[in-house]
Design a protein around this ligand. Structure first.
Ligand code: ADP
Ligand code: MG
Length: 287
């Protein structure tokens, strides 16, 4: 299955840079949004390396660029400059259609507001990515959906519509859906942002189990206790990713955003904004 992600299959860059040995490798990624007021730079040359099996938290104040960064690594949006390697694929050169096919197999995405389809049952929501992925027969899809729902303790709700379940239950369904095509990577953007703390804790324990089972998770969070589950925390301030490099990784020449020898375990970035400042105060508006 990994062979599907191998470079060359869909990557037709003429003068290719060396492929990354990291599962996720963002190099000098810039993202500019075009607004009525002109161009706005949301990412200033972000460098982020994540190895297989890592569980990392991305923290920073509302509006600092966390969702933009997630959208780069999931291919939901395209970088203005820089290189994005994920699961052996150089996303820069994929068409929109190729990106959608790639994402369906390589990355499971989990959002703050779950984003289940309201007219489909819980089980149908989990089967949907399998219908597009084409990896399993219809019978296998159904069995697989039930097995995934069992994993998140939602099998007894399989025939309900999402609206008939609680927020925490919907997020567990969304996690099962993210796992539908057995992707190596899960990207979660504030997955507990809309849940009470007990429910959030249950969701995050699911993540712990998935990491133990070999998944790689990149998670945006505002919550210190939730971030504490991650093995590594990286910090964003005003579109700058402060400490996304792995310790053995030399920063690409002259990029201010790449901290020197970033610690593998968060000890706070060597800039004025410490980790505490990277979190919004409780009750702050969430983007
Ligand atoms: P976060 O997830 O950390 O709250 P975002 O990545 O959503 O931050 O946004 C980073 C910055 O980019 C913010 O200033 C936001 O207003 C701006 N931004 C995000 N998406 C767009 C867009 N589609 N068009 C213009 N500006 C955007
Ligand atoms: Mg966001």
């Amino acid at each position: 299955m990994l062979r599907r992600f191998s470079r060359g299959a869909v990557d037709r860059a003429p003068a290719e840079i060396a492929p990354s040995r990291h599962l996720i490798d963002l190099r000098a990624v810039v993202k500019d949004y075009l607004t009525d007021a002109g161009s706005f730079r949301a990412l200033h040359g972000a460098n982020l390396q994540v190895d297989a099996g890592e569980f990392i938290a991305v923290v920073g104040k509302s509006g600092c660029g966390k969702s933009t960064l997630m959208n780069m690594m999931t291919g939901i949006d395209r970088a203005t400059a820089g290189d994005v390697w994920v699961a052996g694929t150089h996303l820069n050169h994929l068409s929109e259609g190729q990106t959608a096919v790639w994402r369906g197999r390589a990355v499971g995405v989990i959002f703050q507001f779950f984003q289940l389809l309201p007219t489909l049952t819980v089980a149908e929501n989990v089967m949907l990515p399998m219908d597009f992925g084409g990896l399993w027969t219809p019978k296998e899809r159904e069995e697989r959906a039930m097995a995934l729902l069992e994993q998140v303790e939602m099998v007894d709700q399989a025939d309900k519509l999402p609206s008939a379940t609680s927020g925490g239950q919907q997020q567990r369904v969304a996690i099962a859906r993210a796992l539908a095509n057995d992707p190596p990577i899960l990207v979660a953007d504030e997955p507990t942002g809309n849940l009470d703390s007990a429910t959030a804790e249950a969701v995050i324990r699911l993540f712990d189990g998935l990491v133990a089972a070999g998944k790689t998770i990149v998670m945006v969070t505002h919550d210190r206790e939730i971030a504490a589950h991650a093995r590594r925390t990286v910090h964003m301030v005003d579109g700058h990713l402060l400490d996304g490099m792995l310790p053995d990784e030399p920063a690409p020449g002259g990029l201010a955003s790449a901290g020197p020898a970033a610690p593998a375990v968060s000890a706070g970035p060597a800039v004025s904004a410490g980790p505490a400042a990277a979190f919004d105060p409780p009750g702050a508006a969430r983007a």
